[in-house]
Write a protein that binds this ligand. Structure first.
Ligand SMILES: *Cc1c(COP(=O)(O)O)cnc(C)c1O
Length: 432
């Protein structure tokens, strides 16, 4: 399997090269040269296969032999070693709970897979690898956790000061060891711009081997297909589900669409966004116009120029009619998000997090207007990660054990301006 750049001005790369580089030099994104088709009987056979077997079968063609099969199988086992249950909320809507991993968010899947791929590829190299990641909250925790104490790797995390929750901040700042956390006085978009600039800084790259663990890396992006198959495995017959995906950078949705194109049946995808509505606007007007992000309750989706959206366009050969035939998009306000959290809690006893609530509102609206009758929302994070849920419900959300432990740990973080040169200096220091 070769990967080309969506900008088409960089040479093709193998899976190994694409993982190590993160992003092609022309600043496009790596994209598989062909989308593998699932073998006949794959879907019918889901029930008789374990989650790790499904993961291995799905990812193997993408890895293209750059990791030996036995090693790849082991990586898959470690990637999905926690439950990913489909939980019924109403007779129409179920939630695929993706928050039972170590940092209680779906990004654990991609981060665990990528860290293990990078570890495998790094043992073939001598220099230290710097993993640089900008986070609006959840990515950093998942990545830091995935790479913590991995030899030969230094992790540097950038997050916007005051824009992440208490639990997220603790997950980002209490690991220590090879994890360095920088709290930048700026927005997530500024953090992301700094990370992108470092990755494209040829002078810096001469002195430090830097890679991105953001969802643009194919090893973060592609394994997110796995749990769409687990949703289907737990889906009790009938027509295929509508699936609503809370979307920010659109990596998660892009992986679902990829799984769909490779043969997984889905009635329709819904791109569920908060007030950051660049993609819903694109669906309506045909114009893709990036904007500065605005802060919302679902802060992991506060993205003004979603980096993975180009992959969705690429999957449909840049034909937006084909895209619209399979996908809808919606923008949900904070007010509606809060109402949804309240309603679903009081009517069905289920506690949504703000991201899941955006998806829930979007799919409820959609199901009212069509003959599709049932669907799935991806619950991308545990409600305990968001202080707002407690405020909205007026009750404490019950915390898993791992959270209580976090509160006993010490926070280590460096606060600085959202300034490229300051971050660059830290990178250079860590590369030595
Ligand atoms: C990252 C994140 C999202 C958005 O996922 P994308 O792949 O960036 O679209 C949604 N919900 C939560 C909880 C997240 O952490």
């Amino acid at each position: 399997m070769q990967y080309f750049s969506t900008d088409r001005r960089s040479p093709e790369a193998t899976f190994r090269e694409a993982v190590l580089r993160g992003q092609p030099d022309d600043k496009g994104l790596y994209f598989p040269a062909s989308i593998p088709k699932l073998p006949d009987g794959f879907i019918a056979g889901l029930n008789s296969r374990s989650n790790e077997e499904t993961a291995f079968d799905v990812i193997r063609p993408y890895v293209g032999g750059t990791i030996p099969d036995d090693k790849l199988f082991h990586i898959c086992e470690e990637t999905v070693n926690f439950p990913l249950p489909l939980v019924t909320i109403t007779d129409q809507i179920s939630a695929l709970e993706l928050f039972h991993g170590p940092t209680l968010a779906f990004k654990d899947v991609g981060a665990r897979f990528m860290s293990r791929c990078l570890r495998h590829f790094s043992t073939e190299r001598e220099a230290k690898t710097i993993v640089l990641v900008a986070t609006s909250g959840d990515t950093g925790g998942a990545v830091a956790n995935g790479f913590h104490n991995v030899e030969g790797i230094e992790v540097i995390i950038l997050y916007p000061k005051g824009r992440v929750s208490k639990v997220q901040e603790l997950q980002l700042t209490t690991l220590g060891g090879n994890v360095t956390t920088l709290e930048l006085r700026g927005s997530f978009d500024e953090c992301q711009a700094i990370a992108k600039r470092a990755l494209a800084d040829a002078e810096l790259q001469k002195q430090a081997f830097i890679t991105s663990a953001n969802s643009i890396n194919v090893a973060r992006w592609l394994p997110q297909q796995f749990y769409y198959f687990y949703a289907l495995k737990q889906w009790e017959g009938g027509p295929p589900p509508v699936i609503a995906v809370p979307s920010g950078n659109f990596g998660n949705l892009a992986s679902g669409v990829l799984a769909n194109i490779s043969g997984m049946p889905v009635a329709r995808f819904i791109a569920a966004c908060n007030a950051n509505d660049v993609v819903p606007e694109f669906f309506e007007t045909g114009d893709y116009r990036p904007k500065p992000s605005v802060s919302t309750l679902s802060n992991a989706m506060d993205v003004g120029d979603p980096s993975n959206f180009v992959r969705i366009l690429e999957i449909f050969g840049r034909n937006s009619d084909d895209l619209k035939a399979r996908t809808s998009a919606a923008s949900i306000s904070d007010e509606r998000t809060a109402e949804t959290i309240q309603d679903v809690h009081s009517n069905y006893g289920y506690t949504l997090d703000p991201h899941g609530a955006v998806a829930y509102a979007a799919i409820s609206d959609y199901l009212k207007t069509t003959s599709d009758s049932r669907g799935i929302i991806l619950e991308t994070a545990h409600p305990i990660k968001f202080d707002s849920v407690t405020d909205i419900l007026g009750i404490e959300v019950s915390a898993p054990d791992s959270i209580s432990e976090l509160f006993t740990k010490e926070k280590t973080v460096t606060e600085m301006d959202a300034d490229y040169n300051g971050v660059r200096e830290v990178i250079l220091k860590k590369a030595k």
